[in-house]
Design a binder for this molecule. Structure first.
Ligand code: ATP
Length: 381
């Protein structure tokens, strides 16, 4: 059932590791500015322990109280985690985002890659979305109900299994075709059915079956290896790409970089009732703590979360808030303010402050032209 429109929103906040404590507050600053601009009551941020800091305070990177709190929230922001640096036994366990995705059943990972006008990109004009199945496939650390699909019968033999089911493939294919209807109406299925014939063959066939229910949407499919070539040559020609878990992870890093930088690649992980904003990139430990990371991926992930909430609550104020942030990010980059990965000199905090000011300025402009009566944006239809 669609929840009713609400006046207050409570969003979880999990800062994570590495650059997380820099880019997550940047996203909060922009969301708060946009919420104020459209007349939403201040968003209530619920800070929850996660990652390296939680190992120190709670003895585990994903405390039970964090998972219990997430059960009571419909949306939250997750910073990246640096789980490869955790001490054992935590390093060998399912990482924090995998744990949360599995716990909350967030089966769809939506990862757009869009280049910015006026900014450098390997393939200018890229505007595609990877729709990645998030719960099974070839990531054996998360494709089983209990335990892991990876094991070592002897010290010199390691085995992993992949899982593709009709049910999960149908759900992700529907998400991809529904998204394509709102975009340029084309879906590309990525698989490796010439080698992994049964598993990725099932994925391809079920996606095609679902696609037959969407006659307005054109469909093609490629093997994962060929797809990397097509993306490098002509990423700008793709629209929606649907694929299994591991292929989607790899293709989304590639697409983000082709569009300009991994630092601009946002994502949302969702089920039908909950959603989590999470930049597509990792914790970038090589640049952490220096205020130089690009916060765009995290800011746009939070923006996607507002759009998800807007649709769920039928709340057009959230849609306007998201639009204000998108325009502000575009305008800020176009005006030459950008972090080093995009060829600029701005710090993380300066870029976020510039976006927040641009949000406030465009909201003031919008209310100034809204004559007569100068109604607040929140009252406009
Ligand atoms: P994970 O496996 O957790 O996704 P990863 O191994 O893919 O992580 P990242 O942490 O994403 O690696 O970093 C890859 C490269 O991209 C690094 O050089 C990092 O500095 C750069 N990078 C990642 N995110 C950003 C960002 N927001 N701004 C600038 N550079 C970034």
């Amino acid at each position: 059932m669609t929840p009713q429109r609400t006046d207050t929103y409570r969003l979880g906040l999990l800062a994570g590791d590495g650059i997380g404590p820099e880019i997550v507050p940047a996203a909060v600053q922009c969301v708060d500015a946009a919420a104020r601009a459209v007349g939403i009551d201040p968003i209530e941020w619920v800070e929850l322990p996660l990652g390296r800091a939680a190992i120190d305070t709670h003895g585990t990177p994903v405390p039970a109280e964090t998972l219990a709190a997430l059960d009571g929230l419909e949306a939250w922001l997750l910073g990246p985690h640096d789980s490869v640096s955790y001490p054992e036994p935590h390093r060998s366990q399912l990482n924090p985002s995998g744990t949360i995705r599995k716990h909350a059943g967030l089966f769809a990972n939506i990862r757009p890659a869009k280049s910015f006008a006026g900014s450098k990109a390997v393939v200018p004009g890229t505007d595609l979305v990877i729709v990645r199945e998030n719960t099974e496939g070839f990531y054996a650390d998360r494709n089983t109900y209990a335990g892991t699909g990876e094991f070592m019968p002897t010290p010199d033999v390691a085995i992993a299994h992949g899982i593709i089911t009709r049910a999960a493939t149908e759900k992700i294919a529907e998400a991809a075709f529904e998204l394509a209807l709102q975009r340029r109406k084309h879906v590309t299925i990525v698989h490796k059915a010439n080698v992994l014939m049964l598993t990725t063959g099932l994925f391809r066939d079920v996606c095609r079956e679902v696609g037959a229910r969407y006659p307005e949407v054109t469909v093609d499919d490629f093997h994962i290896d060929a797809m990397t070539v097509h993306l490098v040559r002509r990423a700008h020609e793709f629209d929606v790409i649907v694929t299994e878990n591991m292929f989607g992870d790899i293709l989304s890093d590639l697409s983000g970089e082709l569009a300009g930088s991994l630092g601009i690649a946002p994502s949302v992980n969702s089920s039908l009732t909950q959603a989590m904003a999470q930049a597509a990139h990792g914790s970038a430990p090589d640049i952490a703590g220096r205020d130089i990371a690009n916060p765009i991926a995290m800011i746009l992930s939070a923006t996607m979360l507002l759009e998800w909430l807007a649709a769920r609550h039928d709340d057009d104020r959230l849609m306007r808030a998201a639009g204000l942030i998108r325009t502000a990010v575009d305008d800020t980059v176009a005006s030459g303010t950008a972090t080093g990965d995009l060829g600029g000199t701005a710090s993380t905090s300066a870029f976020a402050a510039a976006v927040a000011s641009a949000v406030e300025a465009s909201a003031v402009e919008a209310s100034a032209v809204d004559v007569p009566g100068a109604r607040p944006l929140s009252a406009q239809e």
